[in-house]
Design a protein around this ligand. Structure first.
Ligand code: PCA
Length: 322
């Protein structure tokens, strides 16, 4: 009922202005039921409604239009005008993109928010230099370790095949003596089922979305970091929009960021409960393992600071001064 009224209003607005609707495809990498995708759909509806139907955004979740690894380039080159991507997946392009995947720098939603306050200026600028306009960013729940056996120390991880999603996760695997293999979230159920991978670091959310209890048995809630997804627009497409349309999009983006934060927090408890309800052992890591991981965190923090130079130091200093 509400939906048909909205559609009618949009149609009337178009008739009144004599315009034709412009359609923007919006690729997203994670499953349709994931909270980031739900937030993207709501954002798209907000823009469509807010522009009286003049600009319709069509969400394509699950990597169905472009896979996660392809989305950023697709937006930059104008193959699509808008999309969502986990930017830490591009830290090999510019190490600054990895600010949200530094182990144990920011481990709670509150800390992640503070870190984002320090990072949003430099990241927005970096994206602008790559022909991208940032609209909003939402954190994943904190990252924990998944295995198909009990693990009490790094020694237990030796030789384990580890699914990575960016170079920080691959580096962590390497430090722990595991064998990293980069796999998109959309492909992990199959990777675990076929034994291509047998562990990973991720949120309870992705474990739940991909039903990893079908292959894995243990989740250690080590709270390593909260990586973020980013919704971005091709800068030329953005600049070509009139000011009113830009205002609607920016307004919808603010709501989406708040709503996404809220969903991420809600989803954390729900998904960890679901992992346990489906038979997984869910809990904190033992002191030995947690201590060893913290030591890897120190190494990786120093490596990141060395790779980013003054820009990285300024970001971390601004975060710590907050
Ligand atoms: N899920 C995504 C990134 C971080 C997360 O929690 C993934 O595993 O690919």
């Amino acid at each position: 009922m509400t939906k048909s009224i909205t559609t009618l209003a949009a149609t009337l607005a178009l008739v009144a202005t004599g315009g034709t609707a412009e359609v923007w495809d919006m690729p997203m990498a994670y499953s349709a039921t994931n909270f980031h995708s739900a937030t993207g759909v709501q954002f798209a509806e907000c823009v469509t409604t807010g522009t009286g139907g003049a600009l319709e955004i069509k969400v394509h979740p699950g990597g169905s239009l472009f896979s996660g690894g392809e989305i950023k380039r697709a937006i930059q080159t104008g193959q699509v005008n808008i999309g969502e991507r986990l930017l830490s997946g591009h830290q090999n392009e510019n190490a600054l993109f990895g600010f949200d995947s530094i182990p144990f720098l920011a481990t709670s939603f509150e800390a992640s928010e503070k870190l984002w306050e320090a990072a949003s200026g430099p990241i927005t600028e970096l994206l602008e230099s790559q022909n991208l306009h940032l609209l909003y960013s939402v954190p994943w729940p904190s990252q924990g370790l998944y295995f198909k056996k009990e693990v009490n120390s790094v020694a237990d991880m030796a030789g384990v095949k580890f699914r990575s999603y960016n170079s920080a996760t691959a580096r962590l695997a390497e430090l722990a003596g595991m064998l990293p293999v980069q796999i998109e979230a959309a492909e992990i159920s199959q990777a675990f089922a076929t034994g291509v991978a047998e562990s990973m670091i991720s949120s309870g959310s992705t474990g739940y979305d991909r039903k990893v209890w079908e292959s894995l048995t243990h989740f250690y809630d080590v709270q390593a970091w909260l990586p973020r997804n980013y919704v971005m627009v091709n800068k030329e497409a953005w600049d070509a929009l009139d000011a009113n349309t830009q205002n609607v999009m920016s307004g919808c983006a603010i709501v989406a960021e708040y709503a996404g934060d809220w969903r991420s927090i809600q989803y954390t408890g729900f998904t960890l409960n679901e992992l346990a309800a489906n038979g997984m052992t869910v809990g904190p890591a033992g002191d030995v393992l947690q201590g060893e991981l913290k030591a890897f965190g120190e190494i990786m923090t120093n490596e990141w600071l060395a790779n980013t130079g003054d820009a990285g130091k300024a970001l971390v200093d601004a975060y710590k001064a907050n």
